[in-house]
Each structure stands twice: as structure tokens, then as C-alpha cells.
Design a protein around this ligand. Structure first.
Ligand code: FES
Ligand SMILES: [Fe+2]
Length: 447
């Protein structure tokens, strides 16, 4: 991708999204130039999820994953640290590690046998002396991911050496992320394998929905609700009480308050999970997170910008790996409190499979919409259409007594606008810091 192409993509990105009008042009989800610019300007500059600590517990444990489209290997070091490096041999470019996960003493390239240690450093070159004389091992090591952050069981990586500290990157989104991670003093644990499946849709449909869209649940999930709650329906509802939070860094979340917490959890994930969350798992959650986060919030969905999403009550965690403008690979797994009983852990695993997974009923309803949108977008006229992203304009505020950051009613798109505002800023201002200046906030500006 040349700079010239990026210049053309930047010009498009400038006009594609209009925050004040609450509109986004459909080409955002299908234009190949925009996509290439996203890989360079978003995925090379933001903190990206790599793994949960318990997925690589012992020295030599590794996981192959992606940062945007860059293949990387994440490895537990002998000293307990974590390193990650590009999954590419420096000799002729072969994929260095071809396993999804496992235990290694080192990584040998299968093409000509160059060997790299657990940190990605080149340690052996076959016939080095006779064939080369000398190879500078340090200079020809695998490309290291320069920044690694570990936050309450999660491991993130960033290609940008000058990126802000991860906790600054989160900002007040940490308040909402901690609901997933900090309910118990024992911390959390990843259970089961990573489920991987392909959805032919743009990555932003999934990431934006998890940041900002409770609205679709009333309609898209009508079938799942009807099946899981006998006689249950959202029809005729006034929407109920809940909030949506938007971050100037692109993160977003929405959640309900109080009503039906146990019933929804029991119906959607399973009665054992409903009981655990409201009984033995409750006291420490309230103790650590307070009454509002420990007890009142539920049905939460969240995205940490750009593509790390989760649902704290179902405890499904996922990355939307972009694979071109028209496709994602979803990598999803279940997370539980480490001190929950085996029965509760199994209930979360099975409940997650039933609701949000490749075989989950809610997941099918979400994916069906994203796939069909993407199919329509293959039409040139459809690509050239404006979409409405204007719900709740001017109705968010920054002085909610219970919730930090910019907060409004759950049925809003201010978190979607926050997501796209950050996306647009990173695409159009390659030199600007990833954390925007304070003035860039929506609250009040269109009131
Ligand atoms: S490509 Fe890896 S050793 Fe040649
Ligand atoms: Fe959904």
C-alpha cells in the first residue's frame, strides 16, 4: 500500500463519517483502501488483545494469534514474563509456528531450519559457519511486539513503541471492564478451547454492536428470547432502565439495571449461572466493585477499541480478527472466576455454547444480520448510501453520579459515534496521539 493510496483513503475517511449529522457512509464497511488504512492506522497503533494468562500458564506455553492481520506468537517466558513476536521466519519468510497453541522449547522453521528461542531471538542457523561465515543473530531475530501489557489476567500487545500506557488507553473504560475481570479475589480463568469461526462481514459491524447496540436485542433476538423465556417477549416494552457509556478512545458499553437480572441470566445462560451470580458469587463482587457494578448492572456488552469484545454476564470473550474488508474470524472463549466450583465453570461453558458461540442461538441472530448487510454492500448503489447513526444525539452527559465518563440511556448510538469518531481520527490524523485531547467529546456538544 503506497502513501498515495493512503492519501486517497484518508480523504474518503474524512467525509465518510459525520458525527454532528449522525451519519456514516456504507463504503466504510467495504472499501479496500479504507481497510488497508485501518490495518496501518488502527491496528498498528492501538492496544490489541493477545491472550488470557491462564491460556499460557507455564514456561514455553504459546498461542498463535493475530494483531489485525499480522500473525503473532505469544509465549510464556522462563521468568514468568510474556513476549510476542511476528510469526514469520527472517530467512525467507516462512510461518515460524504452525500450531494454534502448545508447549515449546524453541521454534524451528520447517523450511531451512533456523531456530528461534522462546523470546523470538535467533539462536541457531544450520551450516552457519560454512555457508554464511557469520549471521548476526540479534539483528535477524523475529520481529518483537515492542509493547506488552498485562491487566487483571488479560494480555495485550501494541506495535507502536510510543503508545500510551494500557491503563491510560483504557481510561474510565476500566471501570466497566473490571466487571468482567474483578468480581473475585481469585481472579479469572479461561475455560475450554478457543472457538474459531468465519463470518463474511466487516469487523466494525461486530465491534460497534458490542460497544453500542442494545437496541437490536429487542428485535433481532426475539426468537431466542421466545425460546429461552417461556412466554417471554420484549414486545410492548418501554425499553427499561439502563445506560450506555462512550469513551473518547473508542471504547463503549451498554447495560441494564436491576430488573430481571437473575431471570435473564438463568434463561439465557442457565439456572446454575443465574444462581451463582446472584448468590455465592455476589458478596465478593459487591465487596470489590461496589453495589452498582456488583449487583445492579447486567446484560452488559462491551468493546475495548478496536476489536476486543465481551459480555460480562454470559462471560463470553472474543476478538473480531479482520480478514479483508468483507470477512472476520471470530475467536471466542469463556471466562470464569477462578474460585468458582467445577459445576459453575461447566455451566458457564455450556451456557456460553448455547447462547454465544458458533452454535449459540443469539450468535446466529447477530451473524445473520451482519452477513446479509455485507451481501447487500456488494452492490455499488448500496455502497454509496448513508446510514443513520444518530440515536440519542445530545442526550449523553458526564455527571452521572454512578457511572464515570460520558453516559446516556442504554438505547442510544453515542457509543457508536464515539467508536467511529476515534476510528476516523486515527485514519485521518496519523501523527496525532491515540488518546485525543479532552475537547473531542460529544457530551453536550450537540445538545
Ligand atoms: S524460511 Fe525459515 S529457515 Fe528458511
Ligand atoms: Fe446480539
Amino acid at each position: 500500500m503506497t502513501g498515495e493510496n493512503h492519501a486517497s483513503a484518508r480523504a474518503k475517511a474524512r467525509r465518510i463519517f459525520d458525527r454532528d449529522a449522525g451519519t456514516i457512509e456504507a463504503s466504510a464497511y467495504v472499501d479496500p483502501e479504507i481497510y488497508q488504512l485501518e490495518l496501518d492506522s488502527v491496528f498498528k497503533r492501538c492496544w490489541l488483545f493477545l491472550a488470557h494468562e491462564t491460556q499460557i500458564p507455564k514456561a514455553g506455553d504459546f498461542l498463535s494469534t493475530y494483531m489485525g492481520e499480522d500473525p503473532v506468537v505469544v509465549v510464556r517466558q522462563k521468568d514468568g514474563g510474556v513476549k510476542a513476536f511476528l510469526n514469520q521466519c527472517r530467512h525467507r519468510g516462512m510461518r515460524l509456528c504452525r500450531s494454534d497453541a502448545g508447549q515449546a522449547r524453541n521454534f524451528s522453521c520447517i523450511y531451512h531450519g533456523w531456530v528461534y528461542d522462546l523470546g523470538g531471538e535467533l539462536i541457531n542457523v544450520p551450516l552457519e559457519e560454512h555457508a554464511y561465515g557469520k549471521v548476526d543473530h540479534k539483528a535477524w531475530s523475529a520481529r518483537a511486539v515492542p509493547r506488552i501489557a498485562r491487566y487483571k489476567g488479560l494480555i495485550f500487545g501494541c506495535w507502536d513503541e510510543n503508545a500510551p500506557e494500557f491503563t491510560d488507553y483504557l481510561g474510565d473504560a476500566a471501570f466497566y471492564l473490571d466487571i468482567l475481570l474483578d468480581r473475585s479475589p481469585a481472579g479469572t480463568e479461561a475455560i475450554g478451547g478457543i472457538h474459531k469461526w468465519v463470518i463474511p462481514c466487516n469487523w466494525k459491524f461486530a465491534a460497534e454492536q458490542f460497544a453500542s447496540d442494545s437496541y437490536h436485542a429487542m428485535f433481532a433476538h426475539l426468537s431466542a428470547v421466545a425460546v429461552t423465556i417461556p412466554g417471554g417477549s420484549y414486545a410492548g416494552s418501554d425499553g427499561g432502565d439502563g445506560r450506555q457509556y462512550s469513551s473518547d478512545r473508542g471504547h463503549g458499553t451498554g447495560f441494564m439495571l436491576d430488573a430481571g437480572r437473575r431471570e435473564l441470566l438463568s434463561a439465557f445462560v442457565g439456572p446454575e449461572v443465574g444462581r451463582y451470580a446472584m448468590e455465592e458469587g455476589m458478596a465478593s463482587a459487591v465487596d470489590r466493585l461496589g453495589h452498582v457494578r456488583g449487583q445492579r448492572m447486567h446484560a452488559q456488552h462491551m468493546t475495548v477499541f478496536p476489536n476486543f469484545s465481551f459480555l460480562p454476564s454470559v462471560n463470553t470473550v472474543r476478538v473480531w480478527h479482520p480478514k479483508g474488508p468483507n470477512e472476520i474470524e471470530v475467536w471466542a472463549w469463556s471466562l470464569v472466576e477462578a474460585d468458582a466450583s467445577d459445576e459453575v465453570k461447566e455451566a458457564y461453558r455450556v451456557g456460553g455454547l448455547r447462547s454465544f458461540s458458533a452454535s449459540g442461538i443469539f450468535e446466529q441472530e447477530d451473524g445473520e444480520n451482519w452477513v446479509e448487510i455485507q451481501r447487500v454492500l456488494q452492490s455499488p448503489t448500496a455502497r454509496d448510501t448513508l446510514f443513520h447513526v444518530g440515536m440519542g444525539m445530545g442526550k449523553s452527559r458526564k455527571d452521572d453520579p454512578d457511572f464515570p465518563g460520558e453516559v446516556g440511556w442504554i438505547f442510544s448510538e453515542h457509543a457508536a459515534r464515539g467508536f467511529y469518531a476515534q476510528w476516523q481520527r486515527l485514519l485521518t490524523e496519523p501523527e496525532a496521539p491515540v488518546i485525543p485531547a479532552a475537547a473531542d467529546k460529544e457530551a453536550g456538544h450537540d445538545a
